[in-house]
Every structure is written in C-alpha cells, then in structure tokens.
Design a protein around this ligand. Sequence first.
Ligand SMILES: Cc1cc2nc3c(=O)[nH]c(=O)nc-3n(C[C@H](O)[C@H](O)[C@H](O)COP(=O)(O)OP(=O)(O)OC[C@H]3O[C@@H](n4cnc5c(N)ncnc54)[C@H](O)[C@@H]3O)c2cc1C
Length: 604
Amino acid sequence: MAQEIADRRDIDFVIWEQMKAEEILTNEKFSDFNKKTCEMIITEARKLAIKEALPTLAEGDREGVCFEDGKVKVPKCFHKVHELILEGEWQNLQVPVEMGGQGAPPFVATAAAEYFMGANWSLYSYAAMGNGTAEMIELYGTEEQKKKYIKRLTSGEWGGTMLLTESEAGSDVGALTTMAKKNDDGTYTLTGNKIFITNGEFDLVENIIHPVLARIEGAPVGTKGISLFIVPKYFVNDDGSLGDRNDIVCTGVEEKHGIHASATCSMGLGAKGECIGYLLGEKNKGMRIMFHMMNGARMATGLQALAYASSAYMLAVNYARERIQGRDLSDFGNHEAPSVPIIKHPDVRRNLMWMKSHLDGMRSFFYYMTMCGTKAVIAEKEEEKEMANDMFELLTPLIKDFLSVKGHEICIQAMQIYGGAGYTMDYPVEQYARDCKITSVFEGTSGIQAMDLLGRKLGMKKGGVFMAFMGEIQKTVAQAKEVEATKDFAEKVEAAVNRLGEIAMHLGKKALSLEFKTAFAHSLPFLYAMSDTVMAWMLLWRASVAAPKMEKAGKKDRAFYEGQLKTADFFINSILPETMGKMNAIEIATSAAIEMPDEGFGGL
Ligand SMILES: Cc1cc2nc3c(=O)[nH]c(=O)nc-3n(C[C@H](O)[C@H](O)[C@H](O)COP(=O)(O)OP(=O)(O)OC[C@H]3O[C@@H](n4cnc5c(N)ncnc54)[C@H](O)[C@@H]3O)c2cc1C
C-alpha cells in the first residue's frame, strides 16, 4: 500500500463540514469551481504528490544540493518531478488568473499544498516560491515590472526568493548593511552580502528574480531606511528575452540539520561593482512591502510544519497497527497470550491521541485562517471583511509558531512510536523531524512571534480585536452547549477562554509598565496558552459538528465522528488543564529570568 501523507477524510471534514466551504464557492470570483471540481483537484494533487514527489524525499535528503563554481545542483531526481509540477501548474493554484495562475479558492490550494509539502517540501518550494515575489511586484511594481516578471514567476519558469538576512542582521533586519547607490538612469547599484537565502541559486530554472532589502545611501538608520529592489540574476530585455548576467552570485551553500535538498545560499551582491537593482515601490518603504509578503510566508511556514506532522502521524499510526510487540495489558501474566500490535497498548494510544488532537486542531486552525484570508478579500459587507482581516492579523504569530513547534513535537513523537526503528534512517520519520525543525526558526523565530503577539497584536484596536477573538470562541461554546454530547466540553472551553482573557489583560498591562521585560519573558508561554485555547476551540467545534451526525452515519463515518468526540474529550480533559496551569504561571509572572545575573547562568 502506498504511504499516506494526509488523512483525506479529515481534510474533507474540515473543508466541507466544519468550515462550510460551499458558501465561499457561491462568490462570483470562484464561479468556475464547484464542490466536485474542488474535490477532483485535491484528489489529483494527492495522486501526484504520493506517486511522484514522495519517492524523491529520502533520495533528495541523502544526495543534498551540490555547490560548484557559483552553481547549485539540486538532487537529480528532482528534475522530472519539478517538470510534472509545472506542467500541471500545481504551484500556482490560488494565484489570480490575471497573474497567470488558476484562481482556485485558497482552501483548495491549501489542501493541494499540504500534500505536496508533506511529500517533499524542498522539491515543491523550488516551484512555488516565485509566487511571493510575483505578488509583491503585482502590489507595488510599475506596469513595466509587472509585464516583465509576474507571469514567468507564477508559471515557475523563473524562480523567486527573499533576500533579507545578513550575518549581522537576522531577527533585527533593520541592522542590514547592503547598500544601494542611485545611478543616472534611475537604476541602483547594490553592494553587500546576504546569508541563508532559500533557493538563492538552483539549476531548475533559467532565471531567478531576487527581491533584495538594502539601504539607499543617506537613508535613515533602522527599518525606516530600508528599500526593496528587484535584482534579476539575468537582466530581462524589453522583448522578454534574457540579457546579460547580473553581478549577484551564490558564494556557498549551508550544510544543515534538515531540508538537505533545499539550497540555503550565501549571496554576494556587487563583487565587481555591477549589481543592478530596480526599486520596487517607494524608497524607504521596503519593510512595509516585505511585511505584506511575510504574512503569506508565515502562513506557508505553518502549513509546511502541519504537512510534516501530518505525514509523520500517518506513518506512526500505521506502524502502530502493524508492529507486533508485547501482550495486551489485560493478558498480563498469561504467557500463552499472543503478542499484539502496539496500538493496543495504553501508552501508545495516549501518544497517538496526543498527536492526533494537536494535528486535528492545527489543521482546522489553518483552514480557519485560510477562510479569514479569503473573506478579508471577498466578503460583501465591510465589517465582515474587517473582522476577517483582524482575526488573520491577530492569529498570524500563532499559526506561524505554534504549528511549527507542535509540528516538530509531533514528528518527534512519531519517532517514539517507532521505537529504535524511528531513530534510524531506514524509516522516514526521523527526516520529517529534522526537516520540520527549521519552521520555528525561519520567517521569524519563536521569540520574535511572541514579541509580535504581545507587543503589537494584543493591543490592536485597544484590545478590541482580542475581545472579538474571544467572542468567536464563545459563539462555538454557545452552540456546543446546546448539544448534550458536547455540553461538558463547552463549559471547560468557556472557563479556559475566560481565564485567557484575564491573563491577556494582566500581561498586556505588565507589558506597558516598568516590568515590561518580565512581561516579554512570558510572551512565548502566553502564545502557547492562547494557541492551546485555539486548539480546544477547534476541537470543540469539530465535536459539535460531528455529534449530531453520528446516529445516521454508516459504520466508517460513525467511527470518524465518534473520533471527533473522543479527540475533543482527550484534549479538553487532559491537555487543557495543563494550559490552565500555564496560565497560572503567567499570572505569577516571576521575574527570575530577568533578574538572574548574567554570570548566574553558569559556564563561566
Ligand atoms: C534553512 C534556512 C533558510 C532561510 N531562508 C531565508 C531566506 O530565504 N531569506 C532570508 O532573508 N533569510 C532566510 N533565513 C534566515 C532566517 O530567517 C534567520 O535565520 C532567522 O530570522 C533568525 O535570524 P538569526 O539566524 O540571525 O538569529 P538571531 O537573530 O541571531 O537570533 C538568535 C536567537 O535570539 C533570539 N532573538 C534575537 N533577537 C531577539 C529579540 N529582539 N527578542 C527576543 N529574542 C531575540 C531569536 O529568537 C533566536 O532564538 C533562513 C535561515 C535558515 C537556517
């Protein structure tokens, strides 16, 4: 049987039953799509991902990328599958038709991308990263820039990147030193060095378009003086043909813990003094443009982690069904009793439940965010648009960091289910764990997401957005209270969300007081407590959709729906109490981490 990478029944449940995606399809923007076509697209994406992309996962990992004379070769097995992805235009499903994409509803693109990322994220990202570059040009570029670059980026014919990081400017992008000097013809000459650039150079495309952050000579220090430039690897002539090579080169690739098949490049700009860039948007407004792109990139990173976790979970649950080891606990002492699959052991079941409850909550949360992103654009009423946009903004640090961190933990727990085999490279779970670790680092580390939540997001509209978020949970709680099977869960989720409100107020006040450092030392635990509450909300929502359907469901569906109730039960009764404990700790808000003398950390 082919390895499964995501639970299709669960994806369908979230899309059609929980999120009621058919309502979105009534919008004229998606008039070319109906439920059947959407399902077909997801089915085909799954087929291609499992049949063609998945077999390149381990091979790509072992071979890695090869750097020689400024060129980067991707694993050999990537070439054919990359072509197949581009032929089917799988990389641009949700890109608007005017930009050369297919204009599919974003939830369809999410499902397809979950399959491709779970099969081989490194491979898929070579095809898909051009979309982010194209979107920036669409929003801020001149007509000429749009005509030159967009369609060849979204078609995957050319690659796209994001050049922010420098050796002294990582989390603090404002410290960057790459300089841009204006030329008489209006172009700019750039000089500097960037590091850790994903897909900065690779041999699957004929050209790469680099968006580069740099400071124009004389611009203010910090983020206020940063501009964004389009720096093509090869210049593009007016007729669209490729011209000379630009002075931007890859100077090396990183050896890494995971994503070995993804090229992480150091890039030298202007070693010969001839790196030409074109200003994108207004000067000194580069960070604003980049932030726009970063929201999308942070969502994509959350999905990347979800996809790894989903694949690792599918492997673990199937392994647990097949691996025979030990007797059933009720046969303890009976040496004649047969050995059983490990899925029969209570602790293995607990672990699978821990993984599944997080994974289900994460998937629902991701689709909720996808829907918010969609409604923020297509909703008819202004207040609906605003609400969707507010939720999207508030919850972006959670989708980025919580999914990354829990996704990684799920992969680690999948290794645990495999026992010793999970620690070997004979099985793919250890690769998923290695590959997943990067998600809590790039696109803003955990610490940076937590600062964003406490420092910027909690206070949006004087706390009104956070209140509206609590109101959304309360709506689900009210509905779940009407159903006998979910009433008890609803009361517990209600208690958690009320407590979260108190803690948010408490920490928010502290962040504005003289004890602000202590508040920020608790910002990541707060992000996790809030994320746990979101998980409980999502699982309660799932359970309240499933409960009324159980009676009339056939055997398979009945097990699925019952699974929703059991999963909510598990999370709400065994994880949410831990979350209440985390909230108590945040309320105490010890200042120990701040007051600790630097020498007290030891090791001197
Ligand atoms: C595989 C890979 C691919 C990447 N791809 C790209 C890419 O395509 N384009 C690109 O521009 N960059 C890319 N990056 C860079 C990545 O975004 C940075 O590594 C990341 O933002 C962290 O920066 P840093 O490594 O300099 O760590 P630092 O900024 O030095 O951070 C070190 C630690 O300190 C913490 N920290 C730092 N400042 C603060 C603060 N103010 N408050 C609280 N905590 C703080 C961080 O959370 C982290 O734990 C990539 C990195 C890797 C490893």
